[in-house]
Design a protein around this ligand. Structure first.
Ligand code: ZN
Length: 331
């Protein structure tokens, strides 16, 4: 943890100021081992292996802990880089562009292994704070510790240890895995200062009936309960089917005749969007859909209500790949 992170932190219980103490290891830029103590309620939070820890999995509900543990395993296992990450990320947060980040203080709700935190840091944010509940913070810290403006915090999105001073907060692909996505969204938005902006990207209910009807029961009853290592192998079969379909059917048929044939294919927008990804990335996507104990598919009406509840204005909600919703607004 860099000392300058302290200016953005607050006690998750009482919003009091935090003080650094008991530093037993540091490396010049980071406090590696130490304590953060609340000056108001005297709760103390450890800094371990460079990451301030405001939540541990033991204190959570079973589903939330299982979600964090399963994704944590995944994000530590899949550490491959992909040059398309930047493009994909901008697709999830449009109309936000790369230039938007310049000099902004940014909060990421659910940073996983920190791939977006790294991008935002590289795009000139004043500071970016990636928060995650899972053990993936270890990977995220390792991936970002050389970046002066990147910070990783282990915390629960419902109890963010963050002051209401963010210029921008975003969460992509995370809220729908929470037990209560709406509450997670409002918690994230509550850390943005007046006039700042929020982005969220979630699975849509619309056009995903085939997933909610056929895939989700198998995910809930079977695949999310498997050992992730075993699931990783089992998921190679459906991943191979998706891979072959995107390479041999979706991509070619979208290239001929102005894409007229492609547009008639099942789930075409999404399959085409992932058709340039390599095997490992597609395998990750399939695994991702099978590993989560909790996944909500959010209807447009429900998503719009989130933004009203957050008091957001100038809201832009767009259909992404015809299977998910991306929202952006001022709070
Ligand atoms: Zn406190």
């Amino acid at each position: 943890m860099r000392r300058r992170l302290l200016q953005y932190l607050a006690c998750p219980s009482c919003s009091g100021s935090l003080e650094l103490s008991g530093i037993t290891a540091s490396d010049g830029s980071h406090v590696l081992e130490g304590q953060l103590g609340c000056v108001a309620c005297h709760t103390s939070f450890p800094i371990t292996r460079g990451v301030p820890r405001f939540a541990t999995l033991e204190k959570l509900g079973a589903d939330e802990a299982a979600t964090a543990a399963n994704f944590g395993w995944q994000w530590q296992h899949f550490t491959q880089e992909d040059k398309r990450y930047a493009e994909q990320f901008l697709g999830w947060i449009a109309p936000v562009t790369l230039e938007f980040f310049e000099d902004k203080v940014v909060l990421e709700g659910g940073c996983g292994k920190g791939r977006h935190t790294q991008l935002v840091a590289a795009w000139g944010a004043a500071d970016v704070i990636g928060v995650d509940l899972s053990a993936a913070v270890e990977t995220a810290f390792a991936a970002t510790r050389h970046l002066d403006n990147a910070h990783i915090v282990q915390a629960d999105i419902y109890r963010l240890p963050i002051r209401k001073v963010m210029d921008y907060a975003f969460s992509v692909g995370v809220l729908h895995h929470l037990p209560d996505p709406h509450r997670g969204f409002l918690s994230l938005a509550s850390k943005v200062k007046p006039g700042g902006h929020v982005s969220a990207w979630v699975y849509g209910a619309e056009n995903n009936e085939w997933i909610t009807r056929w895939i989700n029961p198998a995910r809930e009853r079977w695949t999310s309960r498997l050992n992730p290592r075993l699931l990783l192998h089992i998921s190679k079969l459906p991943a191979a089917m998706v891979y072959l379909a995107t390479k041999l059917v979706y991509r070619p048929l979208n290239r001929v005749g102005g894409g007229k044939l492609g547009r008639r294919l099942f789930y075409n927008d999404y399959m085409l969007a992932i058709s340039d990804f390599g095997w490992r990335e597609q395998h990750t996507i399939v695994f991702d859909h099978l590993v989560a104990p909790t996944a909500h598919y959010i209807a447009a009406e429900e998503f719009e209500q989130w933004w009203r509840d957050a008091g957001a204005t100038e809201v832009s909600i767009q259909w992404h790949n015809r299977n998910s919703w991306r929202g952006f607004g001022r709070v």
